[in-house]
Design a binder for this molecule. Structure first.
Ligand SMILES: [Zn+2]
Length: 152
């Protein structure tokens, strides 16, 4: 009886998770573009030139236009300066989460908290930089169906 119940619960939760991820991460949602680093308009072309890396010059290097739908990523001059604000928000959020986890698990001193937060922020810098840029452009560009196969 118990095993049967456990099996049923596992089955239900696995399917709910599958349905949830299908709705949340399906093409056409902003999360799809953000998670897969795709163009916000067609969600086919790559946004970044390189894979995730710690090389400072390569980490945020973008294509000039979307390789698929030809959307100009630099909408206006210095467009991605605005990503600084997103980056700031992510940094603050990460710092708070790191502080909470550290204090719950270790209960360290103030200096140790700063050290842990600093290390976490440095390790996650490339992800943070890229995430803030793609979040920033996703605020302004909407997904357009039918732009997937347009090549100019
Ligand atoms: Zn595109």
């Amino acid at each position: 009886m118990y095993v049967k119940h456990l099996f049923f619960c596992n089955f239900v939760s696995a399917n709910l998770l599958k349905i949830f991820s299908l709705i949340m991460f399906k093409k056409g949602t902003k999360i799809y573009s953000i998670i897969n680093n795709k163009c916000p308009r067609c969600q086919e072309g790559d946004f970044f030139k390189h894979q995730l890396t710690y090389a400072p010059k390569k980490v945020t290097e973008l294509h000039k236009n979307c390789p698929n739908c030809n959307l100009k990523y630099m909408i206006e001059p210095s467009f991605f300066y605005g990503a600084m604000y997103v980056n700031y928000g992510i940094t603050v959020g990460l710092s708070i989460i790191t502080f909470l986890i550290t204090s719950l698990i270790f209960g360290a001193s103030l200096l140790q908290y700063f050290a842990v937060i600093f290390i976490v922020l440095v390790i996650l810098t490339p992800i943070n930089l890229r995430l803030s840029r793609i979040l920033w452009i996703n605020i302004f560009i909407e997904y357009e169906k039918g732009k997937e196969d347009f090549v100019s």
